[in-house]
Ligand binder design. Structure first.
Ligand SMILES: [Zn+2]
Length: 149
């Protein structure tokens, strides 16, 4: 399946001077099911390649974080919004750019397949084993706070 290039695709610079993907910010979906969370292993050639993080990406203009996270999770792993319930949001605001983690709960750990070239794998990772993985720096920074939620 082909998806149109989003109007939010592009690099932005936040007030802290970092370079971030997503002209209108970015959003990701942190799905928890029992004692595991759904993570994406990012392709080596991608930004912060080889690391693990959550499914997500650039928001489109005027697109809510929840809609963007759901769209990216469907594109990248075929995750059906019917398979999870959104329970909250956590915003990491860098000033001029923000990353919103959309928190969700899934009753079942549905089997998913990596659908995009930038996704090596998607897996349900036990919460206790997350920090043993090489994590995407953005996800690594927010994980301790997210874990407690
Ligand atoms: Zn930043």
């Amino acid at each position: 399946m082909l998806f149109p290039r989003g109007d939010g695709d592009g690099w932005a610079r936040c007030a802290a001077g970092h370079r971030h993907w997503g002209l209108f910010g970015a959003a990701g979906l942190l799905v928890r099911s029992g004692g595991a969370v759904l993570l994406q292993h990012r392709a080596e050639w991608s930004h912060h390649g080889g690391t693990w993080g959550i499914l997500g990406g650039a928001r489109h203009r005027a697109e809510s974080a929840a809609a963007a996270a759901a769209r990216e999770a469907a594109e990248e792993a075929g995750l059906d919004p019917a398979d999870y319930t959104v329970t909250g949001e956590s915003v990491d605001d860098h000033g001029g750019w923000s990353y919103t983690t959309v928190l969700a709960h899934a009753v079942e750990r549905v089997t998913l397949t990596a659908l995009t070239a930038e996704t090596l794998a998607v897996a349900w990772v036990p919460v206790d084993e997350v920090t043993a993985l090489p994590l995407h720096p953005g996800f690594a920074a927010t994980w301790p706070a997210l874990r407690s939620r």
